[in-house]
Ligand binder design. Structure first.
Ligand code: GTP
Ligand code: MG
Length: 245
């Protein structure tokens, strides 16, 4: 099952949103800046390529999932979520990173414009799906961050891989990055609450710190539960097809 976080690209909406936002950002509209009409069209074209890359990778994941279902009677993927970064977030990130508002700056620095979250039942599934995807000869893993082997200090766990995927347009192949976050149901459950806490700004500082500490404890407990359940699952179903090293 794939949950789309928004509907397909709507050129008019995108153009309107971009105009509104750029009016707030600056009056700057020299050539190459996103406020320039030609560049705006190019930006919309670029977003369509990101969307294509996102669909390419999600289809690959769906095919792997259905192969596992047919061959091993096991669905490694519980569900997937996918989204394109909103224009607001793209501009916000460029500003945070002190980058110019140009397509080149987006292409060269933002690798998460197209994003997919793959939520698996077990940790073994996370690694087998990620390994099989990474081994596919037409795509390339550009960057891997394994926060499962090395969790973040706050307790966050997930495996992040940025893939370069060719999107074939009328003028040839465009290699486009897609950020894929692989995680288990338990990791997703935890990350959702932690994300909510992070954006809850109207809590007193001490409450915030207290909840953050509790969340760290929860991360450890969830990891233990997951390990125990994984052991039972392995016992019932045999060794993983391509588990973690
Ligand atoms: P940014 O994309 O600018 O954040 O930097 P990065 O590319 O170095 O980030 P990283 O690969 O570490 O994480 C990218 C994404 O993972 C974030 O946008 C979140 O969706 C997710 N993520 C990373 N760390 C956390 C965390 O501590 N808590 C939660 N809930 N999500 C996180
Ligand atoms: Mg990011």
């Amino acid at each position: 099952m794939i949950l789309d976080r928004q509907s397909r690209i709507n050129t008019n909406d995108l153009r309107t949103r971009l105009k509104v936002l750029l009016a707030q950002f600056s009056t700057d509209s020299q050539p190459g800046h996103l406020g320039d009409m030609e560049t705006m069209t190019e930006f919309i074209n670029q977003m369509q390529v990101y969307e294509g890359a996102m669909y390419e990778i999600s289809t690959k994941l769906e095919i792997l999932d259905s192969e596992f279902q047919v061959r091993f009677s096991h669905d490694p993927i519980h569900h997937m979520e996918r989204r394109l970064k909103s224009v607001d977030s793209i501009l916000g990130k460029l500003e945070r990173k002190n980058l110019p508002v140009t397509i080149e700056a987006i292409r060269d620095n933002l690798f998460d414009v197209a994003g997919i979250r793959v939520i698996c039942n077990y940790r073994d599934d996370v690694y087998s799906v990620a390994n099989y995807l990474s081994a596919q000869s037409d795509i390339q893993a550009l960057r891997v961050k394994d926060y499962i082997k090395s969790p973040k200090q706050n307790g966050y766990r997930s495996l992040h891989v940025i893939y370069a995927v060719p999107v074939f347009l009328s003028n040839g192949a465009h290699y486009t990055p897609v950020e894929v976050q692989f995680r288990t149901i338990a990791m997703d459950y935890w990350a959702s609450l932690e994300h909510a806490l992070r954006y809850k700004t109207d809590l007193p500082d001490n409450k915030h710190a207290e909840h953050a500490q509790t969340l760290l404890d929860c991360a450890r407990s969830l990891q233990n539960v997951e390990t125990q359940m994984q052991t039972i699952h392995r016992d019932i179903n045999g060794a993983p097809q391509s588990g973690e090293a």
